[in-house]
Write a protein that binds this ligand. Structure first.
Ligand code: FEO
Length: 183
């Protein structure tokens, strides 16, 4: 008896998104390394924490697929994009990545609606809310770099920004406190 409650198309789409979240974790990880090597410890700390958050998103999809009796397909993680060229470029890339992810999440919501797969539709609502928060965060980063001078930001403005982000990191919830239900 088939106990898989996901359609083949939905299972494939959820697996694709699960692997995409894992790729995003890799991208944040690589940007975190880049920031650290450039001397931006605060920004690096923030990016490393965010990488863990993306990994938790991946686990959330993985657990859901299993819970619905589906088959998880762990794919290869593509190589992250090139290193950012500057802090400005880094934050622009982060924003673009989050907007792109929102598009993928919305496509899954639409697919679940079209299939009348209400369990998946309900599951996806957490990600709709999360993407709003992630986009807000990315917009906040763009605002911070704009105030610091954008592409023309001085060393001193970038120093202050990095310090500020390091302080934010301390107040952020630690990755080890996150669960797959509440990443
Ligand atoms: Fe898992 Fe930043 O979206």
């Amino acid at each position: 008896m088939n106990s898989n409650r996901l359609s083949p198309a939905m299972q494939a789409a959820l697996n694709t998104q699960m692997n995409k979240e894992n790729f995003q974790a890799q991208v944040y990880l690589s940007y975190g390394c880049w920031a650290d090597s450039e001397g931006y410890d605060g920004i690096s700390n923030f990016l490393f924490r965010h990488s863990k958050e993306e990994r938790d998103h991946m686990m959330k999809f993985l657990e859901y697929i299993l819970k619905r009796g589906g088959k998880v397909s762990i794919g290869a993680i593509p190589e992250p994009h090139d290193d950012p060229k500057s802090v400005n470029d880094c934050f622009e890339k982060v924003f673009k990545q989050e907007v792109d992810n929102t598009t993928s999440i919305y496509a899954l919501v639409k697919q679940s609606f079209d299939e009348q797969d209400w369990a998946t539709w309900n599951f996806m609502q957490w990600f709709v809310k999360e993407q709003t928060e992630e986009e807000n965060l990315a917009i906040e980063l763009l605002d911070m770099i704009r105030v610091a001078g954008g592409k023309e930001a001085t060393h001193s403005a970038l120093f202050s920004l990095d310090k500020r982000m390091g302080e934010r990191g301390d107040s952020a919830r630690l990755a080890q406190d996150a669960t797959t239900d509440n990443p």
